[in-house]
Design a protein around this ligand. Structure first.
Ligand SMILES: Cc1cc2nc3c(=O)[nH]c(=O)nc-3n(C[C@H](O)[C@H](O)[C@H](O)COP(=O)(O)OP(=O)(O)OC[C@H]3O[C@@H](n4cnc5c(N)ncnc54)[C@H](O)[C@@H]3O)c2cc1C
Length: 325
């Protein structure tokens, strides 16, 4: 199998890249280790996007939503229809494992085959790699780094670790579905970065006492029935059935290393790339979307990450011959 360009990751930004690259007359194969827009399929079932529809559109295709802001299901179906309309070549449930060769003659090794190509775009996001707490009990079955929906938590003691958007949304939804929610956050207050329409709701629930919150607090161990938390007033034991550790995510650094992409020596471990073309230190290998931010996972999202597609397509069109296969 061969193409001018292989895109690793069929998220919104990987799809935007495939569209813009194809529009330059280059052939393109997009490979994903999971479903189409795999990350979105793992978001809370009834999530509403923060962005209005126009801001998460790709390829100029209108996203029609019945609401002011689209819901998960509308967005997933939108990206599916766009991929179909643009006749993108997709290889789903196929993980990229390695990359050999030089620019112009690269070989992408997946779990099923080898694909020859001239260039590669890495658009793998970060949603598969949760930031672990590194404490005893984290591997218990009651602990999850992903929140899907609250109904299964009715009548249960749910401890939510974190204080940003994902933790705030999970806390409010669990509380409203009848769970007893305790929030544990290492910061001094609910993060001021929490969306302006979500934060006051949560702060008011904490102030009225319907959600318990511990600030400047660190979970130190999880047992079958409790979470042990270190606070400024000493150790607190929280009765517990379920832990939602909403502690963020990070890119797959082992994949960077496999692909030969360097990372900066900064705190965010940002991958090395040229901001004008998004080409990494490995010639012919480009990077797009949220993965570009390294550990700064709020730096790039769909709204701004989708524009990487145009930069990359222009850079590729200047150097690659058009493949007529
Ligand atoms: C609850 C929530 C709400 C959000 N709301 C908004 C919003 O309103 N507006 C907005 O702009 N952003 C929003 N975001 C952020 C947005 O969803 C992400 O920024 C977006 O998904 C990033 O797109 P991406 O294509 O860069 O990466 P992803 O969507 O994460 O796609 C990466 C893809 O790469 C695949 N992959 C990873 N490793 C491999 C491998 N080795 N081989 C093959 N495939 C691989 C993954 O399976 C995945 O499909 C939200 C995020 C969350 C969690």
């Amino acid at each position: 199998m061969q193409a001018d360009v292989v895109i690793i990751g069929a998220g919104p930004v990987g799809l935007a890249c495939a569209i813009e690259i194809q529009r330059k007359g280059l052939s393109c194969i997009t490979v994903d280790k999971g479903a189409l827009v795999n990350s979105l399929t793992g978001y809370p079932t009834n999530m509403e996007f923060f962005s209005t529809p126009d801001l998460i559109e790709i390829g100029g295709h209108p996203l029609v939503s019945s609401r002011y802001k689209p819901i998960r299901e509308e967005a997933i179906d939108y990206y599916r229809r766009v991929a179909e309309r643009e006749e993108l070549t997709l290889l789903l449930y196929e993980r990229v494992l390695g990359l050999e060769g030089e620019q112009g003659a690269l070989e992408v090794r997946t779990s099923k085959r080898t694909i020859s190509c001239a260039s590669v775009v890495l658009a793998t996001g970060f949603f598969d790699q949760p930031n672990k707490l590194g404490i005893p009990g984290e591997d218990l079955p009651k602990v999850s780094h992903y929140f899907r929906e609250a109904f299964t938590y009715t009548g249960r003691d749910v401890c939510i670790i974190g204080g940003k958007n994902s933790a705030a949304i999970a806390a409010l939804q669990c509380h409203r579905r009848g769970a007893r929610v305790t929030l544990v956050y290492r910061g001094p207050e609910i993060s001021p970065k929490v969306k302006y329409w979500i934060r006051p709701d949560l702060v008011n629930r904490i102030e009225e006492g319907s959600i318990t919150a511990h600030f400047n607090a660190h979970a130190t161990a999880i047992t079958k029935d409790e979470v042990q938390v270190r606070t400024t007033d000493g150790t607190v034991l929280i009765p517990n059935d379920v832990v939602l550790a909403m502690t963020g995510y990070h890119p797959d650094y082992s994949l960077f290393s496999t692909l030969g992409i360097d990372v900066d020596d900064d705190e965010a471990e940002t991958p090395v790339f040229d901001a004008s073309t998004h080409e990494t230190n490995r010639p012919g290998v480009f990077i797009a979307g949220t993965v570009c931010g390294g550990r700064r996972t709020s730096r790039w999202f769909i709204e701004n990450g989708r524009h990487h597609a145009t930069l990359i397509a222009e850079a590729l069109a200047e150097r690659l011959p058009v493949c007529n296969d």
